[in-house]
Design a protein around this ligand. Structure first.
Ligand code: ZN
Length: 175
C-alpha cells in the first residue's frame, strides 16, 4: 500500500502540462500505477491523474465503484489505466453534471460541468500496447476530467454557473 498525498490547486504541478511516457513495462511506471490506484481508493475517488500525486507524467486511472460520494452508484466499471491518453472523438451531445476533485479543496466543493456524453479515447497500457475505448456517461466524464489534469486544467475551470457550486455537505444531500 502506497498512498500518496494529493496535491492541491495552487501547486504548480496541478497547472503544468504533463510529459508523455516514453518507457513502458518497467518498475518505475508500475510503481506510479500502483500509487495512483492505492491513492484513488484511499481518497474515495473514481479517477485520478499522475499530477495529483505530484508526478507530471501522462497517466490516468479510473474505477467506477461505490465510494463515500457515491452511495448508490448506477454506473460501475473496472479499474482501467490509460497511458498517454488522447481523445480521438467526442459526441456532439453534451450533458451537465456535478463534479468534485481530490485536488480542488480536497473534494469538499462540487460544481456543474458540461461535457461530451461519449468519447473515443486511445491510450497505451502498462506494457505500451495501444488500445482504443468507447466510453459514455460517467466513464466518459471521468476520462475527460482526468485527461484535463494532464493539461493543467481542473473542473473548476469549466464550471459555467458559479452560483450552483455546492459544498460537500450540500452536495451529499442529493448524492
Ligand atoms: Zn480531478
Amino acid at each position: 500500500m502506497s498512498v500518496k498525498k494529493i496535491f492541491q490547486i495552487g501547486n504548480k504541478v496541478i497547472r503544468t502540462k504533463a510529459k508523455k511516457v516514453v518507457s513502458f513495462n518497467n518498475a518505475s511506471i508500475k510503481k506510479t500505477m500502483k500509487d495512483l490506484v492505492d491513492s484513488m481508493r484511499k481518497y474515495e475517488l473514481v479517477g485520478i491523474a499522475a499530477p495529483q500525486i505530484g508526478k507530471s507524467t501522462r497517466i490516468i486511472v479510473t474505477e467506477l465503484r461505490k465510494t463515500e460520494y457515491r452511495k448508490k452508484p448506477s454506473d460501475l466499471d473496472k479499474m482501467r489505466v490509460f497511458i498517454n491518453p488522447t481523445i480521438l472523438s467526442k459526441s456532439k451531445k453534451q450533458v451537465i453534471d456535478y463534479e468534485g476533485c481530490g485536488s480542488v479543496a480536497n473534494a469538499m466543493i462540487f460544481g456543474p460541468v458540461k461535457r461530451s456524453y461519449s468519447v473515443t479515447v486511445s491510450a497505451r497500457d502498462i506494457c505500451g500496447d495501444k488500445f482504443t475505448l468507447n466510453a459514455k456517461g460517467l466513464l466518459a466524464r471521468v476520462i475527460q476530467h482526468e485527461i484535463d489534469h494532464l493539461d493543467g486544467i481542473t473542473f473548476i475551470n469549466h464550471v459555467s454557473d458559479t452560483r450552483k457550486l455546492k459544498s460537500k455537505d450540500e452536495y451529499m444531500k442529493s448524492a
